[in-house]
Design a protein around this ligand. Structure first.
Ligand code: FAD
Length: 146
Protein backbone atom coordinates (compact mmCIF):
# COMPACT_ATOMS: atom_id res chain seq x y z
CA UNK A 1 0.00 0.00 0.00
CA UNK A 2 1.26 3.49 -0.85
CA UNK A 3 1.42 5.93 2.03
CA UNK A 4 1.72 9.62 1.33
CA UNK A 5 2.89 12.26 3.75
CA UNK A 6 1.71 15.82 3.23
CA UNK A 7 4.07 18.47 4.57
CA UNK A 8 2.50 21.68 5.86
CA UNK A 9 4.44 24.80 6.89
CA UNK A 10 3.25 27.05 9.72
CA UNK A 11 4.07 30.66 10.34
CA UNK A 12 6.79 30.59 12.98
CA UNK A 13 5.62 32.49 16.04
CA UNK A 14 7.27 33.00 19.38
CA UNK A 15 4.72 32.96 22.21
CA UNK A 16 4.91 33.64 25.92
CA UNK A 17 2.81 31.08 27.77
CA UNK A 18 1.94 30.59 31.42
CA UNK A 19 2.10 27.36 33.41
CA UNK A 20 -1.53 26.53 34.19
CA UNK A 21 -1.08 23.17 35.92
CA UNK A 22 1.65 20.66 36.73
CA UNK A 23 0.85 16.97 37.16
CA UNK A 24 3.27 14.16 38.05
CA UNK A 25 2.08 11.27 35.84
CA UNK A 26 4.71 8.76 36.98
CA UNK A 27 7.95 9.10 38.95
CA UNK A 28 9.71 9.90 35.66
CA UNK A 29 7.05 11.77 33.70
CA UNK A 30 5.79 15.27 34.43
CA UNK A 31 2.85 16.81 32.59
CA UNK A 32 2.75 20.58 32.24
CA UNK A 33 -0.27 22.41 30.89
CA UNK A 34 0.62 25.79 29.38
CA UNK A 35 -1.92 28.44 28.52
CA UNK A 36 -2.59 32.00 27.57
CA UNK A 37 -4.02 34.23 24.90
CA UNK A 38 -0.78 33.98 22.94
CA UNK A 39 -1.86 30.43 22.04
CA UNK A 40 -4.60 31.79 19.82
CA UNK A 41 -4.11 30.20 16.42
CA UNK A 42 -1.67 27.59 17.76
CA UNK A 43 -2.01 24.35 15.82
CA UNK A 44 -0.32 20.99 16.04
CA UNK A 45 -1.98 18.80 13.43
CA UNK A 46 0.63 16.03 13.27
CA UNK A 47 1.50 13.52 15.97
CA UNK A 48 5.23 14.12 15.70
CA UNK A 49 5.15 17.91 15.64
CA UNK A 50 7.49 19.67 18.01
CA UNK A 51 7.75 23.06 19.61
CA UNK A 52 10.89 24.76 20.82
CA UNK A 53 10.89 25.60 24.51
CA UNK A 54 13.23 28.46 25.47
CA UNK A 55 14.56 27.64 28.89
CA UNK A 56 16.27 30.29 31.00
CA UNK A 57 19.72 29.26 32.23
CA UNK A 58 22.42 31.01 34.24
CA UNK A 59 24.18 31.99 31.03
CA UNK A 60 21.15 32.90 28.89
CA UNK A 61 18.46 30.86 27.19
CA UNK A 62 18.61 27.39 25.66
CA UNK A 63 16.10 25.86 23.23
CA UNK A 64 14.84 22.29 23.59
CA UNK A 65 12.29 20.37 21.50
CA UNK A 66 9.02 19.03 22.94
CA UNK A 67 6.07 17.28 21.31
CA UNK A 68 2.63 18.75 22.01
CA UNK A 69 0.67 16.03 23.83
CA UNK A 70 -2.69 17.82 23.71
CA UNK A 71 -3.86 21.12 22.27
CA UNK A 72 -7.16 22.65 23.35
CA UNK A 73 -7.79 25.55 20.98
CA UNK A 74 -10.94 26.71 22.75
CA UNK A 75 -9.28 26.79 26.17
CA UNK A 76 -6.00 28.00 24.64
CA UNK A 77 -3.92 25.36 26.36
CA UNK A 78 -0.99 23.25 25.25
CA UNK A 79 0.05 20.16 27.20
CA UNK A 80 3.63 18.89 27.19
CA UNK A 81 4.88 15.70 28.87
CA UNK A 82 8.44 15.84 30.18
CA UNK A 83 10.55 12.72 30.73
CA UNK A 84 12.49 13.41 33.92
CA UNK A 85 16.11 12.33 33.64
CA UNK A 86 19.39 13.59 35.04
CA UNK A 87 18.97 17.28 34.70
CA UNK A 88 19.65 19.38 31.70
CA UNK A 89 18.10 22.87 31.76
CA UNK A 90 14.72 21.86 30.29
CA UNK A 91 14.27 18.94 32.66
CA UNK A 92 15.36 21.08 35.60
CA UNK A 93 12.83 23.72 34.53
CA UNK A 94 10.07 21.08 34.29
CA UNK A 95 10.88 19.72 37.76
CA UNK A 96 10.57 23.20 39.28
CA UNK A 97 7.65 24.45 37.19
CA UNK A 98 4.71 25.89 39.10
CA UNK A 99 1.42 27.49 38.11
CA UNK A 100 1.83 31.13 37.17
CA UNK A 101 5.36 30.91 35.77
CA UNK A 102 5.90 32.01 32.21
CA UNK A 103 8.10 30.64 29.45
CA UNK A 104 8.57 31.20 25.72
CA UNK A 105 7.86 28.66 23.02
CA UNK A 106 8.04 28.70 19.23
CA UNK A 107 6.65 26.47 16.53
CA UNK A 108 5.70 24.02 15.30
CA UNK A 109 7.51 25.17 12.19
CA UNK A 110 5.85 22.51 10.07
CA UNK A 111 3.84 19.30 10.23
CA UNK A 112 4.03 16.01 8.35
CA UNK A 113 0.48 14.79 7.93
CA UNK A 114 -0.24 11.09 7.52
CA UNK A 115 -3.70 10.48 6.06
CA UNK A 116 -5.70 8.40 8.56
CA UNK A 117 -6.94 6.13 5.80
CA UNK A 118 -5.31 2.95 6.97
CA UNK A 119 -4.19 1.50 10.25
CA UNK A 120 -0.78 0.98 8.68
CA UNK A 121 -0.08 4.56 7.70
CA UNK A 122 0.77 5.93 11.12
CA UNK A 123 3.05 3.04 11.99
CA UNK A 124 4.77 3.20 8.63
CA UNK A 125 5.48 6.92 9.17
CA UNK A 126 6.83 6.25 12.63
CA UNK A 127 9.17 3.53 11.42
CA UNK A 128 10.38 5.71 8.59
CA UNK A 129 11.33 8.45 11.05
CA UNK A 130 13.25 5.85 13.06
CA UNK A 131 13.15 7.49 16.50
CA UNK A 132 9.69 8.75 17.36
CA UNK A 133 9.50 10.23 20.82
CA UNK A 134 7.34 8.52 23.41
CA UNK A 135 4.91 11.43 23.25
CA UNK A 136 4.65 11.25 19.45
CA UNK A 137 4.00 7.48 19.69
CA UNK A 138 1.10 8.13 22.07
CA UNK A 139 -0.37 10.72 19.71
CA UNK A 140 -0.03 8.36 16.75
CA UNK A 141 -1.84 5.62 18.67
CA UNK A 142 -4.63 8.01 19.62
CA UNK A 143 -5.02 9.23 16.03
CA UNK A 144 -5.07 5.72 14.58
CA UNK A 145 -8.45 4.74 13.12
CA UNK A 146 -10.10 1.93 15.07
C1 FAD B 1 11.54 16.37 17.88
C2 FAD B 1 11.75 16.11 19.35
C3 FAD B 1 10.66 16.02 20.21
C4 FAD B 1 10.85 15.78 21.56
N1 FAD B 1 9.77 15.69 22.40
C5 FAD B 1 9.95 15.44 23.71
C6 FAD B 1 8.82 15.36 24.61
O1 FAD B 1 7.67 15.55 24.24
N2 FAD B 1 9.08 15.07 25.92
C7 FAD B 1 10.36 14.89 26.39
O2 FAD B 1 10.52 14.63 27.59
N3 FAD B 1 11.44 14.98 25.58
C8 FAD B 1 11.25 15.26 24.25
N4 FAD B 1 12.33 15.36 23.43
C9 FAD B 1 13.64 15.21 24.00
C10 FAD B 1 14.11 16.50 24.67
O3 FAD B 1 14.21 17.56 23.71
C11 FAD B 1 15.50 16.18 25.27
O4 FAD B 1 15.35 15.21 26.27
C12 FAD B 1 16.20 17.36 25.78
O5 FAD B 1 17.59 17.09 25.61
C13 FAD B 1 15.99 17.62 27.25
O6 FAD B 1 16.67 18.82 27.53
P1 FAD B 1 17.47 19.03 28.86
O7 FAD B 1 17.85 20.48 28.83
O8 FAD B 1 16.70 18.55 30.05
O9 FAD B 1 18.73 18.06 28.74
P2 FAD B 1 20.06 18.29 27.88
O10 FAD B 1 20.86 19.46 28.36
O11 FAD B 1 19.69 18.30 26.43
O12 FAD B 1 20.82 16.97 28.25
C14 FAD B 1 21.41 16.79 29.57
C15 FAD B 1 21.81 15.36 29.74
O13 FAD B 1 20.65 14.52 29.77
C16 FAD B 1 20.75 13.50 28.78
N5 FAD B 1 19.41 13.27 28.26
C17 FAD B 1 18.74 14.06 27.39
N6 FAD B 1 17.52 13.55 27.15
C18 FAD B 1 17.42 12.41 27.88
C19 FAD B 1 16.40 11.44 28.07
N7 FAD B 1 15.20 11.55 27.45
N8 FAD B 1 16.65 10.40 28.91
C20 FAD B 1 17.84 10.29 29.55
N9 FAD B 1 18.85 11.19 29.42
C21 FAD B 1 18.65 12.23 28.59
C22 FAD B 1 21.69 14.05 27.73
O14 FAD B 1 22.33 12.99 27.04
C23 FAD B 1 22.67 14.83 28.57
O15 FAD B 1 23.65 13.99 29.11
C24 FAD B 1 12.16 15.61 22.08
C25 FAD B 1 13.26 15.71 21.21
C26 FAD B 1 13.06 15.95 19.87
C27 FAD B 1 14.27 16.03 18.97
Amino acid sequence: MKHEIVRVKHELQRRTVTVVRVERLTPHMQRIVLGGDSLEGFASPAADDHVKLFVPTASGVEGRDYTPRFVDSAARTLTLDFALHDAGPATAWARRAAAGQTIEIAGPRGSSLVPPTSTGGCWWAMKRRCRPSAVASKRFRRARPS
